[in-house]
Ligand binder design. Structure first.
Ligand code: GLN
Length: 288
């Protein structure tokens, strides 16, 4: 007989050897229990049912081979919303929740008096940003685009599972918005921004879609693509928000100043004190 406590301990050595954080074991078991309405922390000394035991052992085996836990589970949590994930989409990162939180705060600052605010999430992947924003701010009319049909399929399922009304567009960067003559108050993107030759963790490199990760030689390719066409899809006084790589602040500030001459441009750090978000606000009076 095995208890939940046994499961929490018996793979520790293997996780250490494979350089996978030990918290993953608890997080994985916690999710398997939650799915079955079992409270892990009230059940630590109880016998684990066979079906759960098998799911746990199989999953742990995959995780030890490097597969991300959320792909094994088939879902991830983002801003409190449950989202399906698979190998066709980037697993939403905690940093991106911070991007969403900051956008919501800026909507309060800049768009308090608007009844409808038009926003697009470019390169939506799992739909995480678009869905969280629409759920948290119902005044938003949300568009979400992606070049990958497989990603859009996941994003559409996530939107319907979470009852978030979003208009999905298939296409490269801003192209589908330009073609449909859509004009935005807010443009958001977490584009692929890792430089082509940068070394990244094996579990990311081997299991997550490269189309969502790599942004050309310097990682800046997709920002340039968006910046150069942005004014074709923006209303006056628009807000833009981007996730950025921790070492891209200077290069992106310079680039943004070229394209958004009189805008207020700021870079914010994430909870790990890494430069992680850039906001560009056009027009208006910035004495806040
Ligand atoms: N933050 C992601 C990572 O480190 C990269 C996401 C992106 O390129 N937009 O894996």
């Amino acid at each position: 007989m095995k208890t939940y406590n046994d499961l929490l301990h018996e793979h520790k050595q293997a996780f250490i050897q494979n350089d996978i954080p030990l918290e993953t074991i608890k997080a994985f078991l916690f999710e398997l229990c939650s799915e079955r309405d079992i409270d892990l922390y009230l059940s630590l000394d109880e016998k684990v049912p066979l079906e759960l035991l098998e799911a746990f052992e199989k999953g742990i085996e995959r995780i030890l081979k490097g597969e991300p836990m959320n792909q094994v589970l088939g879902y991830s949590w983002f801003f409190g919303y449950k989202l399906k994930v698979n190998g066709d989409v980037l697993i939403p990162r905690y940093e991106t929740e911070e991007l969403v939180g900051n956008i919501l705060a800026k909507i309060d600052t800049y768009y308090n008096d608007l009844k409808t605010i038009t926003l697009a999430d470019i390169g939506t992947g799992s739909g995480a940003i678009a869905i969280a924003l629409k759920k948290e701010e119902p005044r938003l009319k949300v568009y979400a685009s992606d070049i990958s049909s497989k990603a859009l399929k996941v994003a559409k399922k996530n939107a319907s599972d979470n009852e978030a009304e979003i208009t999905f567009l298939k296409g490269d960067m801003l192209k589908p918005l330009i073609e449909k003559n859509i004009k935005l108050d807010i443009l958001i993107s977490n584009p692929p921004y890792i430089p082509k030759d940068q070394k990244i963790e094996a579990s990311v490199k081997d299991f997550e879609p490269h189309v969502a990760l790599f942004g050309g030689e310097d990682g800046l390719y997709f920002y340039k693509e968006i910046f150069k066409d942005a004014h074709k899809v923006l209303k006056e006084n628009a807000l833009l928000g981007f996730e950025i790589g921790y070492d891209q602040k200077e290069a992106l500030l310079e680039l943004a100043k070229e394209y958004f001459k009189d805008a207020k441009i700021e870079v914010l750090k994430d909870i790990n004190s890494k430069d992680r978000m850039m906001f560009i606000k056009e027009g208006g009076n910035y004495d806040e």
